[in-house]
Write a protein that binds this ligand. Structure first.
Ligand code: HAM
Length: 426
């Protein structure tokens, strides 16, 4: 029997995992500068938490959930995204209390699960890096959140980024628009795709981002949500735009962008990449928005929230499409060559000593010849090679070679143990 990983999943092997670590490190450093702190929530949640937040009629909840009944007959699901779990934790631990900094700023990174049709950059188990900010309705927070997402990609050297924004307004604006959209779409009902027909009354905004040609044509003349924003929603969106302008962050407005999760209102945004390697195709590399009302929906106080998430698989594909290479191997400081069976203990002791001092060190465990060991040292790009043969062992000395300059010297073991730092100075 030949076993294979489940469809839509990936093994991240050594050599590849370094890219992931690099993204994580970049995010941690950047978010740290913005004073965001990490949160880790369970990989599975009660089904209700996700269904109520993301919305029963969304594709994510209605088609893509990895949900099941556990042995205690509880309806649970692998998390398809990070916002709902973070909001649940925010409410459960009363992170809105007076002892916490406001706004409350947190980030997460980890696997998410959606039963989707796998393709490049779309997995069933994928990984997100995401942030959430709770407790402020200041448009500066929207802009700061957007800025942080842009900065993440820019700090990795990604250049071909496009920021697209829109506003869904508050509850009232959205309800008025919803009706206007239904009124507009109803006469076309028979011409809509099957999916859109179903969405027309369930979740009409989703018809706007249908990928079906027949829907796209109809939607072209649909009313714009921006014409249905009430005064305060419109003022809010204008402030976001003014602040983006003030910070020289360029963007386009797409009034048809709606996002596939129900909790959004006011500002929503997506960052697209048109990296040369994508050959004209455009990929959404980050997406987010405001979700005022969601904390209350999950039993907390009426505090607003905003955040984003970026797919790590897509971030890595984007780096490749931009031609950016990430250092993938941990440099090796010292390779210890042992010649002869009797040196087995001395070389083990030496690598262990070096590692305790903070150097990376390696040796042979396959009884390879001296020549083969030197070959390994070269392959691993060791900065220094220390050789101990049986002769040297008897004399309690070793040869130390600087691989860059080729310089070699004989040093007594005592010096090797007492003064290795100066010996390994480049
Ligand atoms: P989302 O648009 O569903 O938003 O996902 C965010 C990002 O996750 C996408 O732009 C994409 O890069 C990545 N992604 C989504 N699905 C997949 C998949 N199947 N395979 C690979 N990558 C994928 C959310 O999840 C919201 N929680 C974002 C948010 C946070 N809004 C506010 N706070």
């Amino acid at each position: 029997m030949k076993y294979q990983k489940p469809k839509g999943t990936q093994d991240i092997l050594p050599g590849e995992v370094e890219k992931w670590q690099f993204l994580e490190k970049t995010a941690r450093e950047l978010f740290g500068r913005y004073q965001f702190h990490e949160i880790r929530t369970p990989i599975f949640e009660h089904y209700e938490v996700i269904a109520r937040s993301v919305g029963d009629t969304t594709d994510i909840v209605s088609k893509e959930m990895y949900d099941f009944y556990d042995k205690g007959d509880r309806h649970v699901t692998l998390r398809p995204e990070g916002t709902a779990p973070t909001v649940r934790a925010f409410v459960e631990h009363k992170l809105f209390g007076p002892e916490y900094q406001k706004p409350y700023k947190t980030f997460y990174m980890g696997p998410m699960f959606r039963y989707e049709r796998p393709q490049a950059g779309r997995m069933r188990q994928f990984h997100q890096i995401g942030v959430e900010v709770f407790g402020s309705d200041n448009p500066a927070v929207d802009v700061e959140t957007i800025m942080m997402a842009m900065e993440f990609y820019q700090s990795l050297g990604v250049k071909h980024l496009e920021l697209v924004i829109n506003s869904l307004g508050d509850k009232e604006s959205r309800a008025t628009y919803r009706q206007a959209l239904i009124d507009y779409l109803e006469p076309f009902e028979n011409q809509l795709s099957e999916d859109s027909k179903r969405r027309l009354h369930e979740n009409p905004l989703r018809v706007l981002d249908s990928k079906e040609e027949q829907d796209k044509e109809i939607v072209l003349n649909a009313p714009s949500i921006l014409d249905y924003l009430n005064e305060s929603s419109s003022a809010y969106f204008n402030q976001v735009r003014e602040l983006l302008d003030e910070l020289d962050i360029s963007y386009t407005i797409d009034h048809r962008m709606v996002r596939g999760l129900d909790y959004y209102n006011h500002t929503i945004f997506e960052i697209m990449s048109a990296a040369p390697g994508f050959q004209g195709a455009i990929t959404t590399v980050c997406a987010g928005g405001r979700y005022n009302g969601l904390v209350e929906e999950l039993g907390g106080p009426d505090v607003g929230g905003i955040g984003f998430a970026l797919g790590m698989e897509r971030a890595i594909i984007t780096l490749e499409a931009e031609g950016i290479t990430i250092p993938t191997s941990q440099p090796l400081d010292v390779y210890v060559v042992g010649i002869g069976d009797r040196t087995n203990g001395a070389t083990l002791k030496l690598v262990s000593h070096l590692r305790k001092l903070g150097y990376s060190a390696d040796r042979d465990y396959m009884n390879r010849s001296a020549k083969a060991q030197f070959k390994s040292a070269n392959k691993q790009q060791a900065s220094f090679v220390i050789t101990i043969g049986e002769d040297e062992l008897d004399k309690q000395v070793a040869q130390i070679k600087h691989m860059g300059t080729g310089e070699q010297q004989t040093v007594p073991f005592t010096e090797l143990y007492q003064d290795i730092n100066s010996l390994l100075k480049q």
